[in-house]
Design a protein around this ligand. Structure first.
Ligand SMILES: Nc1ncnc2c1ncn2[C@@H]1O[C@H](COP(=O)(O)OP(=O)(O)OP(=O)(O)O)[C@@H](O)[C@H]1O
Length: 322
């Protein structure tokens, strides 16, 4: 028996996580004749890693720069916790970002670089020491930024992003230039930041990288949204066909076709589309036809991504590295 809940409906309370949501609304950014971002809308929530995927030139960096108030939208808006970046007091406490690792002043030491950033946001030196420790740079804190390897500079960029202990983190192609150990480190870091309930948006042009790191993906091409989905949904959506093995292929083929399925024979198996595995099993059972194998086959995530973005690859931008 179902019990009707007659308690009065309370007005929805503002969820505590709202301050951590990134919202991009109808964002358009033009550079002269180029529309880098074209009416893009999506939202990114806390507690998971969201991959921001698209071929080179798709508008990912421009979107992230708009979220960070570094690029002024031509129209639309990009908000964090309902506010534009410029409206957030002491923004490093709310939003941290790793954009271009080469942006740090080469003549300063790693420690001084972070201290200057920290002071601008009222953050003390203790925190500088703590983040240097956290990213594994404590041993080179007194080295000039210019003398650091690319991987170390990337870690320094992450340290800067973490300085204010922000709830929202944006990483633009963070694995670029990292060695395998560095890549594993940054993947683990992003996952643990998300597990702490933070909002993590990370851009990449590699689906394979995102499959290992992200829970959700926002896929863009030519400045427009192509798809917003969980990684799971993405692989489900690209389920291709069902592989069926039977000792009586001709009869099963006829029965499947009569039920509206598309059937192709390949290497002694039937490849069936337009009917799912339970449907095929039921149909074979009803026709008393034995089935020895029934395997739903999906496209790999990489294939799914390439299919999704195929029309969006900007060959002029050299975005053909696949
Ligand atoms: N400052 C700028 N001036 C002129 N054009 C720009 C500028 N910034 C970006 N663009 C153009 O806007 C488009 C989107 O670039 P953006 O860097 O945002 O893409 P992306 O998805 O981050 O690609 P990538 O992975 O190559 O960085 C590209 O065609 C790029 O050439």
């Amino acid at each position: 028996m179902s019990v009707v809940d007659r308690r009065p409906i309370r007005p929805a309370r503002r969820p505590a996580t709202l301050g951590r949501v990134i919202e991009v609304r109808e964002l358009t950014k033009r550079y002269g004749a180029t529309k880098a971002v074209d009416g893009l809308s999506f939202a990114v929530g806390p507690g998971c890693v969201t991959g921001f995927l698209g071929p080179n030139g798709a508008g990912k960096s421009t979107t992230m720069r708009a979220v960070l108030g570094l690029d002024r939208p031509t129209s639309g808006e990009a908000l964090v916790g309902g506010r534009r970046y410029a409206e957030i007091p002491r923004p490093m406490h709310h939003v941290g970002a790793l954009l271009d690792a080469s942006a740090a002043h080469g003549g300063r030491t790693a420690y001084d670089h972070l201290r200057v950033l920290a002071r601008s946001n009222g953050i003390g030196d203790k925190r500088v020491v703590a983040v240097l420790e956290e990213v594994g740079l404590a041993g080179v804190a007194r080295r000039r930024v210019g003398a650091l390897s690319l991987g170390m500079r990337q870690r320094l960029g992450v340290a800067a992003a973490l300085l204010g202990d922000p709830g929202v983190l944006l990483f633009d192609e963070p694995v670029n230039g990292l060695d395998p150990e560095g890549i594993r480190w940054i993947r683990r870091l992003m996952r643990s930041l998300a597990a702490e309930g933070r909002t993590v948006l990370v851009s990449s042009h590699l689906m394979g990288e995102m499959a290992l790191t992200a829970d959700r993906v926002v896929v863009v091409g030519r400045g427009k949204l192509i798809l917003e989905a969980s990684v799971r949904e993405l692989s489900d959506r690209f389920r291709r066909d069902v592989l069926v093995r039977t000792p009586r292929p001709a009869e099963l083929t006829a029965a499947l076709r009569a039920a509206g399925a598309t059937v192709r024979e390949e290497a002694g198996a039937l490849l069936v589309r337009d009917l799912d595995a339970p449907g095929i099993a039921d149909l074979a059972a009803a026709a008393r036809l034995p089935v020895h194998e029934l395997t739903p086959r999906g496209a790999s995530l990489e294939e799914a991504y390439l299919e999704l973005t195929d029309d969006s690859v900007d060959h002029r931008a050299g975005g053909t590295d696949r």
